[in-house]
Design a protein around this ligand. Sequence first.
Ligand SMILES: NC(=O)C1=CN([C@@H]2O[C@H](COP(=O)(O)OP(=O)(O)OC[C@H]3O[C@@H](n4cnc5c(N)ncnc54)[C@H](OP(=O)(O)O)[C@@H]3O)[C@@H](O)[C@H]2O)C=CC1
Ligand SMILES: CC(=O)[C@@H](O)[C@H](O)COP(=O)(O)O
Ligand SMILES: [Mn+2]
Length: 405
Amino acid sequence: MSDNGRVNRRDIIILGSTGSIGTQAIDVATANPDRIRVVGIGAGGGNPKLLARQALDLGVSVVAVAAATSAQELQLALYAAGDERGYARGEFRLPKILAGPHAMTELARWNCDIVLNAITGSIGLAPTLSALEAGHKVALANKESLVAGGPLVRAAAAPGQIIPVDSEHSALAQAARAGRDDEVRRLIVTASGGPFRGRTRDELSDVTVEQAMAHPTWNMGKVITINSATLVNKGLEVIETHEYFRTPYEDITVVVHPQSVIHSMVEFIDGSTIAQASPPDMRLPIAHALAWPERLSDAAAPVDWTRSQEWTFEPLDDEAFPAVALARHAGESGKCLPAIYNAANEECVAAFVAGALPFLGIVDTVSRVLSDAPGFAEPGTVEEVLDAESWARVRANELISKAGR
Ligand SMILES: NC(=O)C1=CN([C@@H]2O[C@H](COP(=O)(O)OP(=O)(O)OC[C@H]3O[C@@H](n4cnc5c(N)ncnc54)[C@H](OP(=O)(O)O)[C@@H]3O)[C@@H](O)[C@H]2O)C=CC1
Ligand SMILES: CC(=O)[C@@H](O)[C@H](O)COP(=O)(O)O
Ligand SMILES: [Mn+2]
């Protein structure tokens, strides 16, 4: 029985409902109506028709858009979606609409059991803090929250209040259940290696956005897919691992595993390694986070043990892909450098997608921004994170426009 008297059913709010994680979370909820009910959703405002359809399909009481200009468009889309379903105007009750830059933090405080943060980018930090401060459990896909605002998120979260959704951290949390914290020796984070695994640095000089978007094993949103190609995603995940588990950076190892079946591993002091394995399908870690500490039946297909298959492992090529070493440097230096690493990368990815920066320019520019960074103190407030991020975004764009000349 949950605190609100319902048997095992959790009311959830999905921030970023129109994206890759958001839509898969809706699939998980729809497949488990006795366990999960979606009571509120929110998105950026880029796809008001989808957001409106989701709101009516799920029967949510509140829907939020971050772009204030999208509020009217959303309202019209809700009426149109109502018309499509044959609702008469008088009978049709619109959900409450929240709009504008504070809509996500307000939605994150709304009455519910769990907030799933599936927003992309460090703009997700304030909603994560808002949900934590409201006392909600947070199923966290938005890794940028922890990277940009790790000390703030840690200070706001009670033990067990955040449940990881990122596949590697879900795997680590599952594997870590096999022993006590003081019996863990090392965390091994797997990386697919991305679409350019095996290439030298020279061979990366003219790769296109389309090639970078062709992830070998996962179908994800644009930013994380480009980040997987540069290995910045793995850099962010090393910092995320440190933030979740408080493991020293030297005890976090990255290993390339191109099949993406082992999602990460925990090595214990007796020499035993526990791995979590499942075919690449985010519905599993999403379901795991929403039902934690229980499990939902048939969230995703298991490994097919009747079929011959090979799982391979190889070391990361730090020369061709320096993004992980750079993230370790940012993480070990602390202060605001992780936030600067992420914010500079967000600008560089946007520039790469717009054709204003070559692929190799992404990590090269992030590296330059990190080495140019003045001494920001450890952030104590969101505003301090935003200050460091603004500096990084401006500096990254200066370097990007110089590179374009
Ligand atoms: N996709 C995956 O398999 C995985 C993703 N993650 C992480 O999950 C997060 C989401 O990734 P993914 O689903 O791929 O991303 P997508 O780009 O597919 O979706 C992003 C979502 O965020 C919304 N959004 C964008 N800007 C804002 C804003 N300012 N305020 C509120 N909502 C906003 C988008 O809305 P709109 O449609 O209106 O633009 C959309 O709903 C990222 O942090 C990513 O790193 C982690 C592991 C795996
Ligand atoms: C599904 C998921 O969790 C992604 O973060 C994934 O890990 C990306 O794959 P890479 O290992 O290529 O970065
Ligand atoms: Mn991941």
